[in-house]
Design a binder for this molecule. Structure first.
Ligand SMILES: Nc1nc2c(ncn2[C@@H]2O[C@H](COP(=O)(O)OP(=O)(O)OP(=O)(O)O)[C@@H](O)[C@H]2O)c(=O)[nH]1
Ligand SMILES: [Mg+2]
Length: 429
């Protein structure tokens, strides 16, 4: 049994706070707060107020100025706020001082994200990964002199092993982390065997900002029925489906967890196993919601996360999705600009099934690059090999002569590598 806490207090009321520090613009902070609001809603907590403050440097006691902190106390009472959510990262001391002053719990963006993950974790693997991320987060806070949060109970930010963690000492947390890592390794060993079986197939991974439409694309292309939602982090587990291209080639297509700005590092490291599919992919399809005003920043955040897992140099196709949401002329204008900025791009609507075939054709181009032409002379009596080659390679030419069959074919390099020893006696070029 995992300690992820699944029953939550729905409809807690939250007050969001963002501080505009030196070097950030008012637009940046508004945009970031808007996303925090979406995250908070996804965590099923109601946002009843948003406060902004401009400050050159954070106040050591409260992060915000002390006048503003007292003002918060009044707002909390007046609007019956249950939780204050900071867009900026507070030190444990600032957090404690603020919750003492306002008498409600104070959490930050990372905790909201961890909370959503706790709610969305369905499989054993993702549950362990979420618990691991929560513990790593707590441990890093403990290191920064967390004492305790008395009288503050449950709800957002304190789901999962939350309350218990605070009581147990660091040693226990470390032991638990070690145990979870071991469990993950075991699961990874099993999935690794499955992955190994698929290794000869070309693998394509869908990556992108959360809510861009990755799962919808997988469902449409591979005729599957995975959960999609207008929510952040609807998908936490990696799903893999077979996909047949128009050339007759089979590839594997996998969908995984979405990325977000300021994705907590604990999450990236905990979800390492889930992201393995991305790290080992032959091709990445980077899915972008073209209708989002901040699409360039979203693209940057995705590259940032990819870099963190060493996958930013892989072959990549930019897939701009949701073109149905843009007015025609805005779409045409944007498309022209995006084509200049990203040479390798396609424009689709997964929902309305526009240009989905282009994705398959694009994958086929990459698959073709990975193929090699070879010529073989095989004895006709080796029928099983000949028919295997017929169904798994592209036959360019075939000729029977005496007791042999001559084959000129195009074979995937991975498959060639795998069966090279079998073909060895028959190579003629
Ligand atoms: N209008 C429109 N909506 C779309 C399109 N593609 C996906 N959506 C919607 O966008 C929302 C998110 O889609 P998902 O497929 O769940 O997105 P995702 O990238 O898998 O998101 P996460 O798993 O949360 O990271 C859903 O409500 C979809 O119905 C599209 O082409 N047009
Ligand atoms: Mg998804």
């Amino acid at each position: 049994m995992h300690k992820i806490y699944k029953t939550y207090k729905p409809k807690e009321s939250a007050l969001l706070i963002g501080v505009q520090l030196e070097g950030t613009t008012n637009f940046d902070i508004s945009e970031s707060l808007q996303e925090l609001e979406l995250l908070t809603n996804t965590a099923e907590v109601k946002v009843v107020g948003i406060e902004k403050q401009q400050k050159d440097t954070p106040n050591p006691t409260y992060y915000i100025g002390s006048g503003k902190a007292k003002e918060l106390r009044k707002i909390v009472r007046k609007k019956h706020i249950d939780v204050i959510i900071f867009d900026n990262e507070l030190s444990p001391a600032q957090n404690r001082n603020l919750s003492k002053l306002t008498k409600v719990k104070v959490i930050d963006r990372t905790q909201v994200i961890l909370d959503i993950f706790a709610q969305h974790a369905k499989t054993r693997q993702s549950k362990i990964q979420v618990e691991l991320a929560q513990l790593e987060y707590t441990l890093s806070r403990l290191k920064r002199m967390w004492t305790h949060l008395s009288r503050i109970e449950g709800g957002i930010g304190f789901r999962g092993p939350g309350e218990k963690q605070i009581e147990v000492d660091r040693r226990k947390i470390r032991d638990r982390i070690a145990l979870l890592r071991k469990k993950l390794k075991e699961i990874d060993r099993i999935t690794e065997t499955k992955r190994h079986k698929r290794k000869e197939l070309f693998s394509v991974s869908l990556v992108g900002y959360t809510n861009a439409g990755k799962t919808t694309i997988l469902n449409k292309l591979a005729h599957s029925n995975m959960y999609t939602a207008n929510k952040l982090f609807a998908t936490l587990d990696t799903t893999t489906r077979a996909l047949e291209l128009n050339t007759g080639d089979n590839v594997v297509l996998s969908d995984t967890i979405g990325f977000i700005r300021k994705l907590p590092t604990h999450l990236i490291s905990s979800f390492y196993a889930t992201l393995k599919e991305v790290m080992e992919a032959d091709l990445l399809l980077h899915i972008i919601d073209i209708s989002h005003p901040k699409l360039y920043e979203y693209i940057d955040s995705v590259f940032y996360v990819l870099k963190g897992i060493n996958a930013d140099k892989k072959d990549m196709v930019m897939v701009f999705n949701k073109i149905d949401l843009l007015p025609k002329y805005q779409y045409l204008f944007l498309k022209k600009k995006l084509r200049i900025d990203f040479a390798n791009s396609i424009f689709i609507s997964a929902k309305n099934e526009i240009n989905l075939e282009k994705i398959k054709d694009k994958i086929a181009v990459y698959v073709n690059e990975q193929k090699k032409e070879i010529r073989l002379c095989i004895p006709q009596k080796n029928q099983s090999l000949v028919s295997f080659l017929h169904s798994n390679t592209e036959i360019l030419d075939k000729e029977y002569y005496q007791t042999n069959v001559y084959l000129h074919l195009r074979i995937h390099k991975k498959l060639l590598h795998k069966i090279e020893h079998t073909l060895e006696p028959y190579f003629i070029e």
